[in-house]
Design a protein around this ligand. Structure first.
Ligand SMILES: [Fe+2]
Ligand SMILES: [Fe+2]
Length: 320
C-alpha cells in the first residue's frame, strides 16, 4: 500500500495528535526540533553552573541539600532532553560537540553571574518561573518524546520556582541588609528574565513555522506577557520592587504594561559578549574532558552487565 506520508503528517498535526520517532516527518520539522531540543538540553546543563557556584556557600545544611537536589534535577532535565533529541537521529556526542564549538546555543540567561546568595532565590523565582511559562505549552508539543519529557520537567521546575520564592521571602522579611540583598538580586535578574522569551514576535525568525507545526503554541510576546502578569503580584507578596517604573495594570488590556526592553543588551549576550559567556563554555568543556574517565567506566560497566561471562569470572555477580 502506498501511503502519502506528507498528507499523513499533516493529518496528525491537524488532529492535534503526536508525531512519533517511527513516523515520517519533513526534514525541516526534524531539523527544527533537533535545534530546539538541543538548545533546551544545553541550557539545562549550562544552567547548573551559576547555581552550582553556591552549593559550597549555601547558608545552612538544609539550603545546601535543597540546592544540590535542584542542580541534580537540571542535570536530569538535560539527560531527558538529549535522549529526546536522539530519537530524531542525532547522537548525544554530536550535540555536545556542537555546544562546545559554539555552533549550538544555550539560553543567554545563564551568561549572567550569581553574585550573592539572594541570586539563587532570584534565579529560582524568576528564571525557573520564566522557564515554566515557556515550557508548560511544550507538554502539548506535536513531537511525542519531547512533549512527554516536558511533563516531568515542568513538575520539577515548579518546585524550583517555589524554592526560589521561599529563599527571597525569608531574606525579604529578614534584616535590612538581607532585604537589600534580595532587592539587589531582583534588580539584576528581572530584565534578563524578561529577555528569556526571545525577540518580539515581528523579529522572531522561526516562530511562525513552529506554531504551524504545533511545536510552539504561543508567541514570544504572549508568553512574556503571561510571565509578567503572573510575577507582579508575587513581587508584591515578597515586598520587593520590580525594576521597571512603567509597570502598571492596564484595565483595558487586562494585562500589566511594561517598559522598553534593552534589545542591545539581549543581542550582545546572544552573540557571545555577555558577562560570563566565555567562562561558562570553558567550564563546560573542562568538565567534559575531566569526566572522560567516568564515561569510560560507565561504558565498561554496562558492557560487563550485558555480557556477564566476559572478563573476570565471578566478579559479575558481585557487581550486579
Ligand atoms: Fe530544568
Ligand atoms: Fe529548574
Amino acid at each position: 500500500m502506498i501511503v502519502d506520508w506528507e498528507a499523513e503528517f499533516q493529518r496528525t498535526i491537524d488532529a492535534d495528535s503526536r508525531i512519533e520517532p517511527r513516523d515520517h516527518m519533513p526534514e525541516s520539522y526534524r531539523a527544527t526540533l533537533i535545534r530546539q531540543i538541543a538548545q533546551h538540553a544545553h541550557s539545562e546543563i549550562i544552567g547548573m553552573q551559576p547555581e552550582g557556584n553556591w552549593i559550597t556557600r549555601a547558608p545552612s545544611l538544609k539550603r545546601k541539600a535543597i540546592l544540590m537536589a535542584k542542580v541534580q534535577d537540571e542535570a536530569g532535565h538535560g539527560l531527558y532532553l538529549y535522549s529526546a533529541a536522539e530519537t530524531l537521529g542525532v547522537s548525544r556526542d554530536q550535540l555536545i560537540e556542537l555546544l562546545h564549538t559554539g555552533r549550538q546555543k544555550y539560553s543567554s540567561i545563564f551568561n549572567y553571574p550569581t553574585l550573592t546568595w539572594a541570586d539563587i532565590g532570584a534565579v529560582g523565582w524568576l528564571v525557573d518561573g520564566a522557564a515554566i511559562c515557556n515550557q508548560v505549552p511544550l507538554c502539548r508539543c506535536s513531537y511525542g518524546p519531547y512533549a512527554r519529557g516536558m511533563v516531568r520537567i515542568c513538575k520539577e521546575e515548579s518546585f524550583h520556582q517555589r524554592q526560589g520564592f521561599e529563599i527571597l521571602r525569608v531574606l525579604s522579611a529578614g534584616t535590612a541588609a538581607q532585604h537589600a540583598m534580595a532587592q539587589d538580586a531582583v534588580d539584576r535578574w528581572w530584565w534578563p528574565a524578561i529577555m528569556m522569551f526571545g525577540p518580539t514576535d515581528d523579529e522572531s525568525t522561526h516562530s511562525q513555522q513552529s506554531m504551524t507545526w504545533g511545536i510552539k503554541r504561543f508567541s514570544n510576546d504572549e508568553l512574556r506577557q503571561r510571565f509578567i502578569d503572573m510575577t507582579v503580584p508575587q513581587a508584591d507578596a515578597l515586598d520587593l520592587t520590580l525594576p521597571d517604573p512603567a509597570l502598571r495594570w492596564n484595565d483595558e488590556r487586562g494585562h500589566y504594561d511594561f517598559g522598553p526592553i534593552d534589545w542591545a543588551e539581549f543581542w550582545q549576550v546572544v552573540n557571545g559578549d555577555g558577562p560570563c559567556n566565555r567562562q561558562r563554555l570553558a567550564q563546560r568543556v573542562a568538565a567534559h574532558v575531566e569526566g572522560a574517565w567516568v564515561r569510560d567506566a560507565a561504558t565498561a560497566y554496562a558492557a560487563k552487565r550485558a555480557d556477564p561471562g566476559a572478563g573476570q569470572a565471578g566478579s559479575s555477580t558481585a557487581a550486579a
